[in-house]
Design a binder for this molecule. Structure first.
Ligand code: OGA
Ligand code: NI
Length: 341
């Protein structure tokens, strides 16, 4: 990854045009059916190229029913539209990160957004903590669990494509995710107005972004965004808009995929602009390996000419340290560069 300079936000936004290119849109129908079939070869190659060049792509023909997506949007809006006290009842804490929060920090600046995080059923092994569900008679919990399961299936299909793209058997990484993956969903609400402006609480100044630039920590992220726009990826000294497409999920690779691929696939730096006209909603699923997974460059990408560039990353340690940075200034956030050999 290019050095994360403090002035990264000073780089210009690219005009969409032939010269600078655009985040690729890939039909993944054949991959969802069978990533190893000859029919899927073009899509597997397209993903491999997108991961090398952008670390971002959009997928269509993904097999997640539109009716489930529509209902997930509806429930998300219902959740954030509730009175503050109702949302505060499921406020997350340092001990249990699942639930609602409106004071998130990225790199120690407060993002202008509200979030609700939830994970798999049962007790999350990294935090020994389970989901907090709001009391909503609308079917919020059932919808959110069905949505989570659908994007998990899509993520597993994409993982198989990543493996084939790196010349490994499709199921090569399955075991790291099968046991109990630690993926989680974040409902993001980016309001035009600062959510804490009227609140009688002590708070840091708001950043002039919805989300400060960052890489995602895990394997890959499957994101739904509404039609407002504002997500941008950094590439070749420009910020590029990730255009909202109604039928698509936005996929990006995270820090663990960068390690597994031995830097062939980069964890893309991205950010979200602050909203100034319309409120925005987005729903990322951060697909992460099981707790305790030891992440190392995969055998097919380590050669005499290209030795391993990372020492072992223990996923639970990495995730635990990254999350602490979300709460307060507990010291510098752990970065994947610290594991570089
Ligand atoms: C994130 C993120 C992008 C978006 O939550 O990590 O990058 O469009 N979100 O909301
Ligand atoms: Ni992100």
């Amino acid at each position: 990854m290019a050095e994360l300079k403090d002035d990264l936000d000073q780089y210009p936004v690219a005009d969409s045009g032939e010269l600078v290119g655009q985040v690729p849109v890939i039909d993944v129908g054949a991959i969802v059916a069978d990533a190893e079939s000859p029919n899927a070869a073009d899509a597997v190659q397209a993903i491999a190229t997108a991961c090398r060049e952008w670390g971002f792509f959009q997928v269509v023909n993904h097999d997640v029913p539109q009716s489930l997506i529509d209902e997930t949007w509806r429930q998300t809006r219902l959740f954030f539209a509730q009175p503050a006290a109702t949302k505060d009842a499921v406020m997350r804490s340092r001990e249990n990160p699942w639930g609602y929060y409106n004071n998130e920090l990225t790199k120690n600046q407060r993002d202008k957004k509200e979030v609700f995080d939830y994970t798999t059923d049962g007790v999350d092994p990294i935090y020994a903590a389970g989901n907090r569900w709001p009391e909503m008679a609308t079917g919020f919990r059932d919808t959110m669990c069905a949505y989570r399961d659908a994007v998990t299936d899509l993520s597993l299909a994409l993982l198989r494509a990543f493996c084939v793209g790196l010349e490994l058997p499709a199921e090569f990484m399955q075991a790291d995710f099968d046991k109990q993956h630690t993926g989680f969903i974040r409902l993001n609400y980016y309001p035009v107005d600062d959510p804490l402006l009227d609140a009688n609480v002590e708070h840091l100044p708001v950043a002039d972004l919805g989300v400060h630039h960052h890489t995602d920590a895990g394997a890959l992220t499957v994101l739904l965004q509404d039609d407002v726009g504002g997500l941008q990826v950094f590439k070749d000294d420009f910020w590029h808009n990730v255009e909202p497409l109604h039928d698509a999920f936005v996929i990006n690779t995270g820090d663990m995929m960068q390690v597994w691929s031995n830097d062939i696939y980069r964890a893309a730096v991205h950010r979200v602009l602050a909203m100034d006209e319309r409120d925005r909603y987005s729903i990322p699923f951060f697909f992460n390996p099981a707790a305790g997974t030891e992440v190392n460059p995969l055998p097919s990408v380590v050669t005499a000419e290209r030795p391993a560039r990372y020492r072992t990353v223990n996923w639970s340690d990495f995730r635990g340290q990254r999350t602490d940075g979300d709460y307060a200034d507990y010291g510098p956030e752990v970065q994947i560069a610290q594991y570089r050999i």
